[in-house]
Design a protein around this ligand. Sequence first.
Ligand SMILES: Nc1ncnc2c1ncn2[C@@H]1O[C@H](COP(=O)(O)OP(=O)(O)O)[C@@H](O)[C@H]1O
Ligand SMILES: [Mg+2]
Length: 420
Amino acid sequence: MNLEGFSELHELAVGTLAHVYRATELPLGRAVVLKCLKPTLLPDSAFAQPLERESRVLAALNHPNVEQLYRFIKTERTIALVLEYVDGRSLRKALDDRQLVVEEVIAIGYEIAKGLLHVHAAGVVHADLKPSNLILGKDGSVKIIDFGIARASALGGLEALASRVAGPGFFGTPAYMSPEQLLSDEIDHRSDIYSLGVILYEALAGRLPIDRRDARDASARKHIEPLERVAENVPLALCRLVMRCLEPLPRERFRSADQIVSDLGGMIKEIDVRDTASLVTAAARGTPPNVTPRSVVASETKRWGSTMVLVALFLIGLVGVALLDRQRSVPVARALPMAPANAGTLRVTAVPWAEVWIDGERVDVTPIGFPIPLSSGVHEVTFRHPKAPEEKRKIEIRPGEPVTLNVTMKGPFNLRGATP
Ligand SMILES: Nc1ncnc2c1ncn2[C@@H]1O[C@H](COP(=O)(O)OP(=O)(O)O)[C@@H](O)[C@H]1O
Ligand SMILES: [Mg+2]
């Protein structure tokens, strides 16, 4: 490969149409991924169309759980996508290395579901979701990559051309495909939800839901053994979530990734929101699982233990509030971890997405699938996105009253106006 402006090329993979390299972009010195058309294929031939399409799809996406496209290069000799490099390894490698613990799978699944929700909201179906197309970063990030066969309603004519080159079922990995994708190639976002179900099932059970020999057989997907029978120590709620993704009929699955974000978000609340990144980091580095004592699969004793800790924190919080109240006359809002019994809740949404900070503490990145418990009083909520000015809102929380904040970031986004 000879592409000006890049050095230290190191081959990561060879696909059907493209070579994938890690490289250093000059003169910036930053690590990038180059996805280049194979040298035997001409940039003006039909074989170049899928790569061109992939770059258009990626250009419509902008989310921390989706790999970022920096640039698209087309010269007389080649086509190349310049992509963000994620330092880590694929979920495939992580699963081959060791069995992940339930907490890790929940944390990873939650991040994938958030990415998927964004992808679907932009009118895109990934269509090739599988462990080798999910990268776990050592920094705790999870990214969906490889939009090589993604369907995008907004791409019109190019769509038809690309599928003629690729042909239905030519690409993609049958074991992770929904029955409708195997049969007809007529798919919508619920097909990705099916693939997510296969990934979660495999991660929790240590094996695929159907025998590899039946991977191309759509009807075999009617006889998947319930996850609770094949996996140990997996909470029933999680087993049900996975099995609902794996319903053979699309209408029986979750209608949107939003519900998965919400359910997994609820489970994460029980682990400890602040620790999800270190769970991903352990899986990305191949170090032993980093499990906190406040675990979803914790025994009842542990559960009571953590409840007592919360009660103690709450009491300390109350004393703190009482002391502070003497000094100020305005109501004092206490920080998130206290989750006091007289709390109200806050739901936030942000378009396209934002990091949410409350009273100077980082909470999470949207979509946030659970109502955030907050003590009564006034809180300052800040929304941050790297390409938009910060948005600040003051809210007042009253006990038991839910508050919702919907914020649109004012950035140069290209979301094609789609909504979830
Ligand atoms: N942004 C990235 N960061 C790190 N590794 C990547 C990235 N993109 C791709 N890779 C690596 O290269 C492999 C192939 O890339 P992919 O986009 O999936 O190409 P293909 O269409 O050939 O499957 C991935 O499985 C992963 O190991
Ligand atoms: Mg791939």
